[in-house]
Design a protein around this ligand. Sequence first.
Ligand code: NAP
Length: 490
Amino acid sequence: MGTRLQAAPELDLVIFGGTGDLALRKLLPALLRLHQDELLPARLRVIGVAREDLDTDAYRALSAERMSQYLGAAFPAEAWASLAPKIDYVRVDALDASSYAHLAEVLNAEPARERVFYLSTAPRLFAAICDQLAARGLVSERSRVVLEKPLGHDLASSRAINDAVGGHFGEQQIYRIDHYLGKEPVQNLMALRFGNALFEPLWRRESVRDVQITVSEELGVESRGDFYDQVGAMRDMVQNHLLQLLCIVAMEPPASITPDAVRDEKLKILRALRPISGVDVNQKTVRGQYRAGAAGGQPVCGYLEEDHINPDSHTETFVALRAEIDTWRWAGVPFFLRTGKRMAQRVAEIVVNFRSVPHSIFGQSAESLNPNRMVIRMQPDEKVELHLLAKQPGDVMNLQPVHLNLDFAETFRSRRLDAYERLLMDVMRGNLTLFVRRDEQEAAWRWVEPIMDAWRTSGERPKPYTAGTWGPAASSALLGRDGLAWHEEI
Ligand code: NAP
């Protein structure tokens, strides 16, 4: 963001978990598109690392096969042919110290190169990987490490991971991924807020009625039941993605776009979140679990019938909550967060609802005029819109909603980078702005933990909702108590 930093031309990108789903479905396709756009460092070397017994040719073949499955006809065979020679494979068992010898040999053969270690493995391996890299002398001040979620399951475990990684890498070398921050509309929201004088006077309690942040999925737990049942929607989505989006909406203007200026402001928001605990938890949060229903027109089973799920599980597949930020700017403005699996649609969006006009001159009540709204949508399509009322041409004063396109997709014809492309570029360039700092992550855990504790100690089951709906009725009631409704219910 801002001034373009240059990546070092000579760079080694080591992907631990190089044969995994994330690496083959997201990271390598992102590298391939960056390569097509000639954005990669001139002498980049990508080293896939895993335990599987492959040589480099077999790894390149596996990568090509998976990518052509995911990308179908869009797989750019020609571009791949010129990227593939930059990709190697080294077999390492993260937990076996002796198996790092070959990796050390490969990296030390070119000692002047910058090194990025992308840890796309289960987090329980992070400490061992960092210890071994350091023990082999492979970590220098110029090295960086990228950490994928989930970074722990509570504050204590996230601290343990951060301590282990932080023992060998300084905070300025640690890139914690939250891929929502890499999405174009999220950055555009920052551009609109801080690049225009127009919005600032409106971006506050006097003009904003409520904010709604939704990340919903149509899919259920798919093949990841054993993982998901230990985690649930609060840890998987709210603690990280939804709270980061809330921060981008609510943060004060930073003094600059430098990483710590931005992250300091996000941290202040996380610290200003009013704690929800005790009796408030029932009033301000809803957790749900899907029952049998439909998805894409087909019948689907309920959560408790999915593979690898404890049939008596209390794990939530849905969360809605009413957050408040105790600052002068936001006092009294509810921020509603909602996420879930097996919901009616796959949507990721932020909706900022402005207040109604104080008085209507059009013969209708002021409340019945659609209030203005800004919609920042990340899924299924990417857009930023301002919803206004305008006069329909004709002989009567008929007001109709119109949607003003604020991302100017027609104006800017340049290709949008997807989140992983953008974040990989930033890691290679050494730009931390869109990555989460340790104190932010820990502040987020501190806020969600008492809610999860209260759910656990209540012994109550999550509220059931039918697969293919917008969640339990209690989610609508959560907004109803403020006289409000979710975006799609209006
Ligand atoms: P995955 O498909 O299970 O892949 C795991 C990778 O780690 C494989 O390459 C595996 O290869 C390697 N691995 C496992 N144990 C190892 C060991 N002892 N030493 C070296 N390599 C080892 O998992 P994934 O979906 O790619 O996810 C990786 C991480 O990213 C997870 O923490 C996940 O939660 C997170 N994440 C994934 C996604 C996604 O879309 N997939 C999104 C966000 C975050 P071998 O078995 O051959 O060693």
